[in-house]
Design a protein around this ligand. Structure first.
Ligand SMILES: Cc1cc2nc3c(=O)[nH]c(=O)nc-3n(C[C@H](O)[C@H](O)[C@H](O)COP(=O)(O)OP(=O)(O)OC[C@H]3O[C@@H](n4cnc5c(N)ncnc54)[C@H](O)[C@@H]3O)c2cc1C
Ligand code: FES
Length: 280
């Protein structure tokens, strides 16, 4: 029996078996990150939502959970992978034409329909812009939202991801505000951590939904800032990062008390995390 999913079968692949994807594009936008556009042999795995993730791996190295950064219905899978360890460094050595193996999509993503008619405040820090890009694309495609403000913080101009797409988002009604952590020669935009962009916002707290995606260290400060603007915990959505192995609610690696982040998350309303102080 083959170890991997059979692309000729018409039924959805087993979530335990990786599907082969051809790398159609591999770009290195920064020193640490690499963008991949994948063409899966099995079209079933293209049925994903923003906020979901794939277990992405290579035989002999293992797998890592990686967020989807493409919008839904784009006919491909786009990923942004930061090289930090064994699996991600091995993936970084791949180029166009090579094969990457993925299982999924897994987890609960964002309810884009539920965002219709709302003002939206999206806050992304660092690589959090990768899953945020999928959400921004889905919301723009759906339309029917109120004001959409995207606050994005990067360490420096050289670490800004997807910078060439922001003008296009602005043209579609997104108020994109970018800040870098410390001054840099030639930078004329905001300077300071992303939380400094929250107080000046003009927010109608009754109709605003906030989404926070970024390194876990960011969450406490952003939540504090958004609460200060009157946004309720029920109207704040965030994605939790936990170490994952199966993605299927079986191994317990991602478990926080009785919550399996890989299945019930990674996207949660902040109000759902009450009683789980170690979640954030
Ligand atoms: C839902 C989800 C979505 C994600 N999306 C993305 C994404 O879009 N792009 C992306 O680049 N990354 C993403 N990540 C993070 C990525 O999965 C991890 O960085 C992953 O561990 C990398 O695997 P690795 O084998 O390369 O590195 P690892 O060997 O796992 O090491 C990664 C880092 O974690 C540290 N580490 C190793 N073991 C432990 C441990 N037991 N406890 C604590 N720290 C440890 C290492 O020192 C290193 O700094 C996501 C994670 C989750 C949960
Ligand atoms: S990753 Fe195995 S239970 Fe969540």
């Amino acid at each position: 029996m083959s170890l991997y999913a059979n692309p000729t079968k018409s039924s959805p692949p087993s979530p335990y078996l990786p599907s082969a994807c051809r790398i159609e594009e591999a770009l290195r936008p920064t020193a640490k990150e690499k963008f991949f556009r994948l063409a899966p042999h099995d079209p079933h795995i293209l049925n994903y939502s923003p906020g979901q993730f794939f277990m992405v791996g290579l035989p002999g190295y293992g797998e890592a959970p990686i967020s989807i950064t493409s919008g839904p219905d784009e006919g491909c899978i786009e990923l942004c992978i930061r090289a930090v360890g064994n699996v991600t460094n091995a993936i970084h050595r791949l180029e166009k034409g090579d094969t990457l193996w993925v299982r999924g999509p897994f987890g609960r993503g964002f309810d884009v329909e539920g965002m219709a008619g709302k003002d939206l405040v999206f806050v992304a820090g660092g690589i959090g812009i990768a899953p945020m890009r999928s959400l921004v694309k889905a919301v723009i495609k759906r339309g029917g939202f109120g004001r959409l403000t995207l606050l994005y913080g990067a360490k420096g101009p050289e670490e800004i991801l997807y910078g060439d797409e922001f003008e296009g988002w602005r043209a579609k009604g997104v108020d994109v505000r970018i800040t870098i952590d410390r001054p840099s020669p030639g930078w004329k935009g905001y300077v300071g951590v992303v939380t400094t962009l929250i107080p000046p916002l003009d927010i109608d707290e009754g109709r605003t939904l906030a989404v926070v995606l970024g390194p876990p260290v960011l969450y406490k400060f952003v939540i504090w800032g958004l609460r200060h603007k009157g946004i309720k915990d029920d109207d704040m959505l965030l994605s939790l990062e936990r170490r994952m192995k199966c993605g299927l609610g079986k191994c317990g690696h991602c478990q926080i008390n009785c919550v399996y982040v890989c299945q019930e998350g990674p996207v949660f309303r902040l109000s759902e995390l009450k009683g789980l102080p170690e979640a954030i």
